[in-house]
Write a protein that binds this ligand. Structure first.
Ligand code: DAH
Length: 330
């Protein structure tokens, strides 16, 4: 009995305690051996022996349980100690990336129109004359082609100069009604303070049964959109010209720098031009085989939106990858 007790007490950890458990309480353990003696005892001694043995067993079991709990606690403490972290330890700051302001602005525009049930369409960057010009009512030798300084490839294909060709591709593959935007990259041979050879546009197109959409719809839709993007601004529409729309207009917002008072950014007019728009020219519908429909379209430059929203003075800085600029948009 004393020997068994000390064997339990001596266990240093849970593993050695488990060995002790088997040697004491197991089927071939010491207690089992004691119980086996019972059958060889004379009958009048059996009851007394069994009673004592059971008491021994209970007291050993209690000792075992207490020891086990103590060793479990010890193991837990050891584990906690080995896994402890030094929260005061120095850790170098991790640099995280962020969306480029142009992509961020593009995403905001896409989200706005997607929420208004516009589908988001894309098209190839290398276009052909038909989709980029011809079908948009810009026949060969049309003087308006000069407005778009085109990069041509040797085989006659070209880098798209605007996202308007996606209008054509979308109408050619679907029946009206159409309600789409097409965000994307465009290219022009132009590089100065306000132009880069690669930039981004978002085109929009809505086509319904004839008479179902009007210039008034276009104005109210764009006014709401521009106030969503630029906040509390006035919006005005000026007559303009685009070959693919008739009538055409340009939309201005009241200058967000001087609140319309007149400053250097708005050339002292109080207004900033932000997009082109108009009612789709019947020749465009003819080119894609649409009959008895009316529609409106608009196109905008994403860089210009980003520059105005974030008050970035030089367009070129958007493409220099200077971390000091980009860091401000994290
Ligand atoms: N494609 C024109 C450009 O690149 C922008 C534009 C103006 C698109 C008027 C339109 C529109 O759909 O109606 O300058």
């Amino acid at each position: 009995m004393k020997e068994l007790e000390s064997r339990i007490k001596k266990a240093k950890d849970l593993q050695s305690l488990e060995k002790v458990r088997i040697s004491v309480f197991g089927k071939k353990g010491d207690l089992a051996k004691e119980f086996a003696k019972l059958k060889d005892l004379p009958n009048d001694e059996k009851a007394g022996f069994a009673k004592k043995l059971n008491e021994t067993k209970t007291s050993l079991q209690n000792l075992f349980d207490a020891t086990k709990e103590k060793l479990e606690q010890k193991a837990l403490q050891e584990q906690l100690k080995s896994e402890a972290m030094d929260l005061s330890m120095y850790a170098p700051k991790q640099k995280t990336g962020a969306l480029h302001p142009v992509m961020d602005t593009m995403d905001r525009i896409i989200e706005y129109f997607a929420a208004q049930n516009f589908s988001v369409e894309t098209g190839p960057l290398v276009e052909d004359d038909f989709h980029n010009f011809e079908a948009l009512n810009l026949p060969k030798f049309h003087p308006a082609r000069d407005m778009q300084d085109t990069f041509y490839c040797k085989d006659g294909s070209l880098l798209r100069t605007h996202t308007s060709p996606v209008q054509i591709r979308t109408m050619l593959k679907t029946k009206p009604p159409v309600r789409m935007i097409s965000p994307g990259t465009v290219f022009r041979r132009d590089f100065d303070l306000t132009h880069t050879p690669m930039f981004h546009q978002v085109e929009g197109l809505v086509v319904e049964e004839s008479g179902e959409v009007s210039f008034a719809n276009l104005k109210s839709m764009l006014t709401e959109f521009l106030q969503y993007m630029f906040g509390d601004v006035a919006v005005r529409f000026r007559p303009s010209f685009f070959p693919f729309t008739e009538p055409s207009a340009e939309a201005d917002i009241s200058c967000i720098f001087c609140k319309g008072e007149g400053c250097r950014v708005c050339s002292h007019t109080g207004w900033l031009e932000v997009l082109g728009c108009g009612m789709v020219d019947p020749n465009v519908f003819k080119a894609v085989g649409y009959k008895d429909v009316s529609g409106y379209a608009f196109g905008l430059g994403v860089e210009r939106f980003a520059m105005l929203i974030h008050k970035i003075p030089d367009l070129r800085s958007l493409f220099e990858g200077d971390e000091r600029l980009l860091e401000q948009f994290r």
